[in-house]
Design a protein around this ligand. Structure first.
Ligand code: MF3
Ligand code: CO
Ligand code: CO
Length: 272
């Protein structure tokens, strides 16, 4: 095990993996590919299409780029990405559901290459969406970026959570508690849990070489969610609108490196 980790340029502090320069290079490659999948979808998400069609586009992109879609057969999940519409918070399952003008949809893509995972999601506007939905997406993107901005050696996970929570709540929105960001690398969902709320100075200290995701889910209404009978689809209990953005990042001596930045500059809508 130790040898296996060393071979991949990984040291450990207890359960925690501290990645070296070769591991960073692998994450740059897979992060760019995952972001490229979301870029590819940008002009393709239109009223009248189904979420299964999005799933197919992601599957085909993965094959074309010699990647595996991590969600496929992950804990019984049967699709290549998650598609979460309107009040769906996360883990929506692609289906024959038709996208309608005014919907907002999150597409969450995780690709694997050489065993390394890149995990990222964005919101998409279907046709013309109302100002309220646009604003929730802007707030959620900004919340994620504020969390990422404070992620550096010496800071703590509590600093990241607090930056996200403070911003979202100042905008009178709420942060979902049931789902969090996660360590990532050769494991899809690794330690630590990255909460999107918290207190400055609390939680685990960040070290150069850590890889994790930041993926806040922000609701217009109350924070409470429930999971539907399919075992996956999480929705807001009050059916209020929910948004999410996700990046995979690495901690460097100089601060955060975002592996899943959009090569096309399509990090957040409106993309036109
Ligand atoms: N990509 C999601 C995350 O951000 C996890 C999806 S698991 C799946 O962690 F099985 F639903 F795909
Ligand atoms: Co994730
Ligand atoms: Co994800």
């Amino acid at each position: 095990m130790t040898t296996d980790l060393a071979e991949h340029d990984i040291r450990t502090i207890g359960q925690l993996k501290i990645n070296g320069p070769k591991a960073f290079e692998k994450m740059r490659v897979i992060g760019k590919l995952a972001a490229g999948a979301l870029d590819m979808l940008t002009n393709k998400i239109v009223p009248g299409m189904t979420t299964d069609e999005i799933d197919r586009l992601v599957f085909e992109y993965a094959l074309k780029h010699e990647c595996l879609p991590a969600p496929l057969h992950y804990r019984g999940f049967r699709k290549s990405c998650c598609t979460s519409i309107n009040h769906v918070v996360c883990h929506g399952i692609p289906s024959d559901r038709v996208l309608r003008d005014g919907d907002v949809v999150n597409v969450d893509v995780t690709l694997i290459k050489d065993g390394w995972h890149g995990d990222t999601n964005r919101m998409y506007f279907v046709g013309k969406v109302n100002r309220k939905a646009e604003r929730l997406c802007e707030i959620t993107y900004e919340a994620m970026m504020r969390g990422i901005a404070v992620a550096r050696p010496g800071a703590t996970l509590g600093d990241v959570g607090a930056a996200i929570q403070t911003f979202a709540e100042a905008e009178r929105c709420s942060i979902v508690r049931e789902f969090c960001g996660h360590g990532i690398g050769r494991v899809f969902h690794d330690v630590p849990n990255v909460l999107h709320y918290g207190q400055p100075g609390e939680g685990m200290a960040l070290h150069e070489g850590m890889f994790f995701t930041v993926e806040p889910m922000v609701n217009f209404g109350k924070a409470a969610v429930k999971v539907l009978n399919d075992g996956w689809t999480a929705v807001t209990r009050d059916r209020s609108l929910s948004a999410q953005f996700e990046h995979t990042i690495g901690i460097t001596a100089d601060g955060p490196e975002i592996f899943t930045k959009s090569p096309a500059g399509f990090d957040h809508p409106p993309y036109a």
